[in-house]
Design a protein around this ligand. Structure first.
Ligand code: NAG
Ligand code: NAG
Ligand code: NAG
Ligand code: NAG
Ligand code: NAG
Length: 486
């Protein structure tokens, strides 16, 4: 229901009809498939609109043949992770830095984001020994925790990038508290609420080696033996069972593929997150941007993004970066992918464009998601002509964090339509240092405030909100009183 209600509201509130150009001369869009490299189907599947092989997390290349994140895996069966519960090879965290901190180390752009905030104090190791230093005769190409960590690892307090460096020579990189060796890097003994005081163990000490690395092996405090902690997508005592609910956007992958660790591996001919795509449209005249939008029917196109840009995957182990309270966008996506009357595969006829930035996976509830959203916008602006055409005004994105778009830069507030759970519009807001003095966080006749979670887990809206909307209705959609934090 949420998806439909949200769409109707978008239709009513955005005034999108003003964005139409006059309908163009005869329609000039053809169905045409751009093929991918041979071998793409082995790990991925072909996105025939872009001629790009869509790969599971970590893999890149024309046929997903390059394992960019190999250093984060214990074994090739390990789906991989940048998480901080199981300690990692420092070179893994450096690769994760390039993935999650695309705009550099700057406090707001990295250390204030979900992954970067935890990475700042994350201990890590290199193969080698405390006497000899990091081994130069052994590649740092995996995060398989060695059988004898005392003899085979050298520990650091953080990766060089966190102090603006590029190598391991800095004094500030030394691990000061030796008690943190062999423990979860997430464990902050000085913070009560930031504890993960389990001990890392080699995979071989856990039953069935956690299905060859589909989980990792840790010993929890007070427990007599180590146990498997499964990665996103796997479950069971030894992580040998697959968990298709990690493809929350389509657990069945539309019946056209198989879910593995948050990735729908689609049968050839289908692509997209839930394997919901099967037709590719292109201009009959290369380079043209035909406009075949209808004024009578609402059509929404969703961008498909590669995993380096936005991917529904594990960021932190054991938490997997999802929270029931903030699942509004998940619900929207589930309904939307099934909604063939509104969703279109032809971007040239779309009135609205959905930008699935998955901001929650990058910024969580309290952080500012604008850097993730900027990265996604940068990408779609390069790959498709539609964002530039409207300046983003017919594009929408979820900003599900607690303060939503309140602390975004002004360009982002003004361009794209924002779907938020926290909507505050007021001139000259002084609350929490909000800089936008013109309208605060959102514009009520453009942006949209939706519930943050399922209607099945309680009333759709708190009673006070319901009565607010009822009052609004009685006043013919004008706002009876200014919004304020109280
Ligand atoms: C390591 O980085 C430091 C600065 O962080 C630099 O001064 C030094 O030259 C670098 N050493 C090597 C071998 O690259
Ligand atoms: C490992 O397997 C043994 C034998 O099946 C079982 O008794 C034990 O409980 C298992 N340990 C864990 C942590 O699951
Ligand atoms: C859209 O505009 C940006 C910034 O001017 C530019 O870098 C990009 O190439 C443009 N996109 C397209 C598809 O032309
Ligand atoms: C906002 O602040 C400016 C500058 O202090 C002032 O001129 C203006 O009247 C204020 N607007 C409102 C609606 O309070
Ligand atoms: C909210 O409204 C519902 C339905 O009108 C009512 O049953 C419930 O008691 C109300 N809750 C509160 C906290 O007022």
């Amino acid at each position: 229901m949420l998806a439909r209600d949200a769409l109707v509201a978008l239709l009513l509130l955005t005034g999108f009809q003003t964005l139409y150009a006059v309908e163009n001369l005869p329609v000039r869009v053809v169905k045409e498939r751009k093929p991918c490299s041979g071998g793409c189907g082995r790990r991925g599947h072909c996105n025939y609109e872009e001629g790009r092989c869509e790969c599971p997390w970590g893999y890149i290349g024309p046929s997903c043949e390059v394992d960019r994140m190999a250093v984060c895996r214990q074994t090739p069966d390990d789906p991989g992770s940048c998480g901080f519960i199981m300690p990692k090879n420092c070179e893994c965290y450096r690769e994760c830095f390039r993935l999650y901190c695309r705009y550099g180390t700057d406090t707001n752009k990295c250390a204030n984001q979900m992954w970067g905030a935890d990475a700042f104090d994350a201990s890590c190791w290199l193969y080698g020994s405390e006497d000899r230093g990091p081994a130069t005769d052994r590649p740092q190409d995996s995060s398989l925790y060695p059988k004898n960590p005392e003899q085979e690892t050298v520990w650091f307090g953080r990766i060089p990038e966190m102090i603006g460096g590029t190598n391991y020579s800095g004094e500030e990189l030394k691990l000061e508290d030796p008690g943190r060796r062999y423990k979860s890097p997430w464990d902050r003994p000085w913070l009560v609420w930031h504890r993960a005081d389990n001990i890392a163990k080699p995979l071989s000490m856990c039953n069935n080696t956690c299905a060859n690395g589909r989980g990792f092996c840790i010993q929890r405090p007070g427990s007599l033996e180590p146990e498997c902690s499964c990665h996103f997508g796997f479950k069971g005592p030894d992580c040998s069972e697959e968990d298709p609910t990690t493809c929350w956007f389509s657990p069945t992958c539309s019946g056209r593929g198989q879910c593995r660790s948050g990735f729908c591996h689609c049968h050839d001919g289908s692509w997209g997150w839930g394997c919901h795509r099967s037709v590719a449209y292109h201009p009959a005249t290369p380079g043209a941007v035909p406009d075949v939008r209808s004024k009578a029917r609402l059509k929404i196109y969703i961008y498909e993004l590669p995993w380096e840009i936005a991917f529904p995957f594990e960021v932190q182990e054991e938490i997997h970066s999802r929270d029931n309270i903030y699942t509004g966008y998940e619900q929207f996506m589930r309904y939307f992918l099934m909604d063939d009357s509104v969703r279109t595969e032809n971007p040239y006829e779309a009135n609205l464009f959905y930008v699935p930035a998955l901001a929650y996976f990058y910024a969580e509830n309290v952080r500012n998601s604008q850097w993730q959203i900027k990265a996604v916008i940068d990408h779609i602006r390069q790959q498709w002509p539609f964002y530039n055409r409207s300046g983003g005004r017919d594009h929408f994105v979820f900003m599900p964090g607690d303060r939503a778009s309140c602390h975004s830069d002004r360009w982002l507030q003004d361009e794209i339509i924002k779907v938020v759970h926290f909507g505050m519009q007021k001139k000259n807001l002084t609350w929490l240092g909000i800089e936008n003095k013109d309208y605060g966080c959102i514009q009520t006749k453009r942006d949209l405030v939706v519930p943050s979670r399922s209607v099945n887990t309680g009333p759709l809206l708190p009673n006070t909100t319901t009565s607010y909307y009822q009052a609004m209705e009685r006043h013919e959609r004008s706002i009876p009183s200014a919004t304020s934090p109280t």
